[in-house]
Write a protein that binds this ligand. Structure first.
Ligand code: RAM
Length: 552
């Protein structure tokens, strides 16, 4: 065979392999007929960001204080004139500028010569921090489990003055520490301006709370709104510092809070379509997706988040009456039910061991949390919520088996996980008692109202009960208290947990918060935690949905 012929054969062979593979892929893609339309809709509802120029409110000093959050506080150290038009040098290095609020966007500053000739470039480091301790803790050697690059320190080299420099990277912060790394001697330079272009897709101000609302609840609501506003960019981000992307679990809670505050239904709709459009070819959702450089998923199979997509869709349709979106996305919701079917045994119990081997079963950032009870509960909850969605859409006939299935799982849960002697729900081989387990057994309706009240009242006295690790799980605990009719307890739990963050100086609510371990980090280094995290904004939802509990 001549080499030309060989090339032709090779190309033909390659062509047929590619054609065959892509035909296979298309044939396997469950949503092939809809996918592009879903992504188009997601694009159509992409919000325009509102940009506002913000200026610093002053300069602060970082002071060690054992009583302050994570051991550090920011103390007022004067106006911004401490920075402007003064020589910036080794002595001023480490100065911290305070913008007075948490912001997300782009930083620009202007430098000018004050004296002498610039006979070498100058170099600065700017470190953006959401909380004071983040700026007081050395980043290196970096012990964290996530990329070091999440930390917001940027080095800038300037060769010619005057110069206006914009840091290319989008940052999320309140404080910026400026360090001098080098400049020529006999030459002085200074800052004449530093400003910030802050962005959000939020455009409305929600109504004031009732005048009877306690000051601490008002503060919790205000900070919750700030958290949500910062996370509402062109998608519901989980955290504007990290991971800066759309996660189903975070989106569910953000969309609930949004329903009762900013009411940006279009953003919820966009996110639901985006997640659907970027699901796997077998129809199962990915837990999170990115927008850039073009929308694409992170291949991530997180079991409880697939379920929560259905709940988020149901809540959206119920609140907005937007049946068209519900009908468009119904095949996705229906498909996620396969997960419940796949792992529920003949005895009505979810095979949590098998599920745990095959999936990321999350529920909370809490080591040692046994997932049996939470998984059984969320499965039942999802079956019920999806059936409610089917009813809203007139699709009950497509899922007629759901009520019986939910009943079977519910009865099995009660039989196997309810401890009549203690009145608590247990989970796993060691009969673990956890807040998460009680919460999900209650939200799913496994517990009667009397049992729910008994369990939740007994819980604080159980010394080895597994507590929530993050505000995310705290949400479900508060929801369970409300569901059980324990209104005063719900108010007290919300006030002490989120109020705890308020008292420790939170500008926005944190990704993880353990009152007994402020340095807790799922990533082995607390500065890489997100301190403006979507899933922590839900007091906004509770406070505004239940004024009779929280605004009296
Ligand atoms: C983290 C993020 C995100 C969350 C997932 C499960 O990476 O904090 O918000 O949804 O975990």
């Amino acid at each position: 065979m001549t080499s030309t012929l060989a090339r032709i054969y090779t190309s033909l062979l390659l062509f047929s392999i590619i054609t065959f593979t892509s035909t296979q892929i298309t044939a396997q893609d469950l949503y092939a007929p809809f996918r592009q339309a879903w992504l188009k809709k997601a694009e159509e509802y992409k919000p325009t960001l509102t940009e506002t120029i913000k200026h610093p409110v002053g300069v602060v000093k970082l002071e060690k204080d054992a009583a302050a959050f994570q051991g550090w506080k920011a103390v007022n150290a004067g106006g911004i004139e401490q920075l402007y038009n003064k020589s910036f040098n080794q002595k001023s290095s480490g100065l911290v500028v305070d913008f007075g609020e948490h912001m997300t966007g782009y930083c620009t500053f202007t430098l000018k010569t004050l004296r002498g000739d610039m006979d070498a470039p100058l170099r600065l480091k700017l470190t953006f921090g959401e909380v004071p301790a983040e700026l007081a803790t050395p980043f290196d050697p970096y012990p964290g489990g996530l990329s070091r690059a999440w930390l917001q320190d940027e080095t800038v080299t300037v060769s010619v003055l005057p110069a206006t420099v914009t840091i290319l990277r989008r940052v999320a912060f309140r404080y910026v520490k400026i360090e001098w790394l080098g400049s020529s001697s006999g030459f002085e330079f200074g800052f004449s301006d530093i400003q910030f272009k802050a962005s959000t897709s939020v455009t409305v101000t929600p109504p004031e709370l009732a005048a009877t609302t306690s000051p601490i609840i008002k503060e919790i609501d205000r900070i919750g709104l700030a958290t949500l506003k910062e996370c509402m960019q062109t998608v519901y981000e989980d955290g504007p510092k990290r991971d800066r992307r759309l996660w189903i679990g975070d989106t569910y809670l953000e969309s609930l809070a949004n329903l009762y505050s900013f009411k940006n239904d279009a953003l919820t709709k966009r996110c639901l379509y985006l997640l659907a459009g970027l699901s796997n070819e077998d129809g199962i959702l990915n837990a999170n997706v990115f927008e850039l450089p073009e929308p694409h998923p992170q291949k991530s199979r997180l079991l409880d988040y697939c379920f929560l997509y259905n709940v988020a869709l149901k809540e959206y349709v119920a609140a907005t009456g937007d049946k068209q979106t519900g009908l468009d996305l119904w095949p996705v919701a229906k498909k996620q039910l396969d997960i419940a079917k796949m792992y529920s045994g003949a005895d009505g119990m979810m095979d949590y061991v098998k599920a745990g081997k095959e999936w990321w079963v999350f529920f909370d950032w809490k080591d040692g949390l046994d997932k049996q009870a939470p998984l059984q509960g969320i499965a039942i909850y999802t079956l019920n919520q999806t059936y409610a969605l089917a009813k809203l859409l007139g699709k009950e006939n497509e899922v007629a088996e759901l009520p019986a299935m939910a009943k079977k799982l519910k009865e099995a849960a009660h039989k196997n996980l309810y401890d009549k002697t203690t009145g608590l729900f247990i989970s796993g081989p060691n009969k673990q008692v956890s807040y998460g387990g009680q919460a999900w057994m209650i939200l799913s309706g496994v517990a009667s109202k009397a049992e729910a009240q008994k369990a939740l009242k007994a819980l604080p006295a159980v010394t080895d009960a597994v507590h929530p690790g993050a505000p995310y799980m705290y949400h479900y605990y508060i929801a369970a208290l409300i569901e059980s009719g324990l209104k005063a307890e719900a108010k007290e739990a919300l006030t002490s947990y989120w109020g705890g963050m308020v008292k420790k100086g939170a500008d926005t609510f944190w990704e993880v918060y353990d009152p007994n371990d402020e340095l807790k980090s799922p990533y082995n280094f607390f500065p890489v935690n997100s301190y403006c995290h979507a899933w922590s904004c839900t007091p906004v939802y509770f406070i505004r949905k239940y004024p009779e509990i929280f605004q009296q």
